[in-house]
Design a protein around this ligand. Structure first.
Ligand code: BTN
Length: 327
């Protein structure tokens, strides 16, 4: 580890408490003057650090600069996020991580961007990804899962992301089938999973889990139409979450939830957060438009709908929304 990484880790591990220049100097094996220079260099890079002559230094609560060192300091998972790459701008983190997949990067490799110029959503949609406001991350997973479990990776990832956000901001997070996270009735997160299957082996080869969370205020980056349906954690709670802490929490929870796919135990958490269940909904399955009551999530994470003619349908993919009351 170089002095820069050691300094960032020490500040992150201090959990928003001040560490004196002397303690840092001893830890890093450099002089207090060199610590002061290193802090200045980090500030020039964009890190927010509070300095007080009598107390020392601490990472500001409002720090919004992404850093692999900070993420690694908070991470407890064994493999997820251990090989991590952060870039300022990418077209899409899912596109970038595909290159790592081809190069045989290990399970858990993670790519994060501060900004995406062509963030991708489900069904060919785009995902607006402005600089400094969201957590845009893709995780490469290599799981020996039977292919019938592949569609459930997204649902398990939704549980992980929901739990991570909820733990950090103490506001209820719901999952709207299939994979959107909602806070106060608006979307704060979308997930795009792209799996490589080996049909002849009936096993999953690898999958890329792309998670986009709107963390800081969206300001003018969303147009008025998008603002009606999407929001950010800060817009809803007033909290300026550190994207590094959030990223580590998502990776930790993902580590746990990926192990709960093959025995389907993640479903309990999924069902308890699912937003559509118990409501009248409209849904699209292929070219078909359906209307009925969402009555639950089955053991394959499909949405169960009771149509108006009493017929029961299990939807494996598609799009569903709450019915709006027409006055
Ligand atoms: C959706 O809402 O339909 C899914 C959105 C998924 C967005 C994330 S951001 C990180 C990763 N990279 C992408 O291009 N997409 C996913």
């Amino acid at each position: 580890m170089n002095a820069r990484s050691e300094l960032l880790s020490a500040l992150a591990c201090a959990d928003e408490k001040y560490i004196s220049a002397a303690t840092l100097a001893e830890k890093l094996g450099i002089s207090s003057e060199a610590v002061s220079e290193a802090v200045k260099a980090l500030e020039a890079e964009g890190f927010s650090i509070n300095s007080e002559t009598s107390k020392g230094y601490k990472l500001s609560k409002e720090n919004n600069k992404l850093s692999a060192d900070i993420i690694l300091s908070h991470l407890t998972s064994k493999e997820l996020g251990r090989n991590i790459k952060i870039l300022d701008t990418l077209d899409s983190t899912n596109n970038e991580i595909k290159k790592f997949e081809i190069e045989n990067a290990p399970h858990g490799t993670t790519v994060i961007a501060d900004r995406q110029t062509a963030g991708r959503g489900r069904i060919g949609r785009s995902f607006v990804s402005p600089s400094g406001s969201g957590l845009y991350m893709s995780v490469l997973v290599r799981l020996k899962l039977d292919i019938r479990f592949a569609p459930m990776i997204t649902s398990a990832a939704a549980c992980a992301a929901a739990e991570a956000v909820e733990e950090l901001c103490e506001s209820k997070v719901m999952i709207k089938w299939v994979n959107d996270l909602y806070m106060n009735g608006k979307k704060i997160c979308g997930i795009l999973t792209e799996a490589s299957l080996k049909p002849e082996m009936r096993k999953l080869d690898s999958a890329i889990i792309g998670i986009g969370i709107n963390v800081r205020c969206i300001g003018d980056s969303f147009d008025n139409e998008l603002k009606k349906i999407a929001t950010s954690i800060e817009d809803e709670t007033g909290l300026k979450l550190d994207r590094n802490t959030l990223c580590a929490k998502v990776l930790d929870r993902l580590d746990t939830y990926l192990c709960k796919i093959s025995d389907r135990s993640f479903l309990e958490a999924y069902r308890s957060r699912e937003l559509l269940t118990g409501n009248m909904i409209t849904a699209t399955a292929g070219s078909e438009k359906l209307m009925g009551e969402a009555i639950g999530i089955d053991d394959n994470a499909n949405l169960i709908i009771k149509l108006q003619n009493g017929e029961i349908r299990h939807l494996g993919s598609g799009e569903a929304s709450l019915c709006r009351l027409v006055k």
